[in-house]
Design a protein around this ligand. Structure first.
Ligand SMILES: NC(=O)c1ccc[n+]([C@@H]2O[C@H](COP(=O)([O-])OP(=O)(O)OC[C@H]3O[C@@H](n4cnc5c(N)ncnc54)[C@H](OP(=O)(O)O)[C@@H]3O)[C@@H](O)[C@H]2O)c1
Length: 279
C-alpha cells in the first residue's frame, strides 16, 4: 500500500487529502493520503524518517515550504529559483523537492483559455508573496512580452524582482507602483491577483477594471470564495476569468503521479467534489 500525506502547521485546513482520496478511489489504487501537523523546525527530521515509515512522499503547506526546501538533498531548478517546495518524493536515497504551484496555475489557464499565450502577452501580477513567487517562473517559461509585478510593500516587491533577475537576467520583468495599478491596466492582457485580498474574511482587492482591454483575462489564485469580488466585477464587465481552484487541483497532479504511479486527470467531477467541501 502506497502512502503519502500533507504536512503543515496547522494542517487541518489543507484540502489535499480530499482530492488525493478522490483520485485513489477513482483509479482503484490501494493507497492512503493523510495529514500530519509538523512544526517548521521539525520538518527536516520528519522528512528523513518518512521512507522508513513507508511514505512515498508528501505535500508541504504553509508555513513549511521553505524549511522543506532546506531539508531536500535535490530539487528541481524551478524550486531552487523559489527557495520553497510543495511536493517531496524519495529517489535513489535522495530527498527530492519540486514546486508545482505555478505549474498548476498555468495548466489551469491552458485548460480554460487555450491559446492564451499565442499572442505576445503582457501580464500583471498583483502581490509578491509565496503565491507570486510560485507563478513567476512557469509564466516566464511561456515567454510573455512583459511580466510586471505590483505589491503594497515595496521592500517585498523589490526582493522578489531582484531574486528573479538573478535567476532569469534576460526576463522582461518590471514593476508597477501599487498606487498606479488602476491606470496601468490599459497595457495588460492578463491580470492575476496573488494577494490574499478577496479571500473569505478579508477585504476585497481594490482594482478598477475599466481600463483593461476587452480581450483581457482576469485571474485570481484565491479560491474561497470561488468567485472573488475581483472575478465578479470582471465577469460583470464581460471579461474572461479564471478562478483559483483549478490551480489547487492541477498542482496536485505531479505529486500523485510520483507517489501512486498514475497521472490523474483534473475533471469536472473532481472539481465538483472539492467545491462541495469548500465552505
Ligand atoms: N489556488 C491555489 O492553489 C493557491 C496557492 C497558494 C496560495 N493561494 C492563495 O493566495 C493567497 C496569497 O497566498 P501567499 O502564500 O502568496 O500569501 P503571502 O505570502 O502571505 O502573501 C500575501 C500577499 O498579499 C498581500 N496583501 C495582504 N494583505 C494586503 C492588503 N491589505 N493590501 C494589499 N496587499 C495585501 C501581501 O502584500 P504585502 O507584501 O504588502 O504584505 C502579499 O503580496 C492566499 O489567499 C492563498 O490562499 C492559493
Amino acid at each position: 500500500m502506497k502512502r503519502a500525506l500533507v504536512i503543515g502547521y496547522p494542517v487541518a485546513q489543507a484540502r489535499s487529502p480530499l482530492l488525493h482520496a478522490f483520485w485513489l478511489r477513482e483509479y482503484g489504487i490501494a493507497g492512503d493520503y493523510g495529514r500530519e501537523e509538523v512544526k517548521p523546525e521539525d520538518v527536516a527530521t520528519f522528512l528523513r524518517a518518512m521512507p522508513a515509515r513507508g511514505f512515498a512522499g508528501c505535500n508541504v503547506t504553509i508555513p513549511n515550504k521553505e524549511a522543506a526546501f532546506q531539508a531536500c538533498t535535490r530539487t528541481t531548478a524551478r524550486a531552487a529559483a523559489l527557495g520553497a517546495v510543495n511536493t517531496i518524493w524519495f529517489e535513489d536515497g535522495e530527498i527530492w523537492g519540486d514546486n508545482t504551484d505555478g505549474l498548476g496555475f498555468v495548466a489551469h489557464l491552458d485548460a480554460v483559455h487555450p491559446g492564451w499565450d499565442t499572442t505576445n502577452q503582457r501580464i500583471l501580477l498583483l502581490g509578491a508573496g509565496g503565491g507570486a513567487r510560485g507563478l513567476a517562473m512557469p509564466l516566464l517559461e511561456r515567454k510573455p512580452m512583459r511580466l510586471a509585478f505590483s505589491n503594497r510593500s515595496e521592500e517585498r516587491l523589490g526582493k522578489l524582482v531582484a531574486d528573479l533577475t538573478m535567476v532569469a537576467p534576460e526576463a522582461p520583468v518590471d514593476l508597477v507602483p501599487w498606487d498606479a495599478r488602476d491606470a496601468a491596466l490599459a497595457d495588460f492582457d492578463l491580470v492575476i491577483n496573488t494577494t490574499s485580498l478577496g479571500m473569505q474574511g478579508k477585504e476585497p482587492l481594490a482594482l478598477d477594471l475599466s481600463r483593461l482591454p476587452a480581450h483581457a483575462i482576469v485571474a485570481d489564485i484565491v479560491y474561497v470564495p470561488l468567485e472573488t469580488p475581483l472575478l465578479a466585477s470582471a465577469r460583470a464587465r464581460g471579461l474572461k476569468t479564471l478562478d483559483g481552484l483549478g490551480m489547487l487541483l492541477h498542482q496536485a497532479v505531479p505529486g500523485f503521479e510520483k507517489w501512486f504511479g498514475r497521472k490523474p486527470a483534473v475533471t469536472e467531477a473532481l472539481r465538483a467534489h472539492i467545491v462541495a467541501h469548500l465552505a
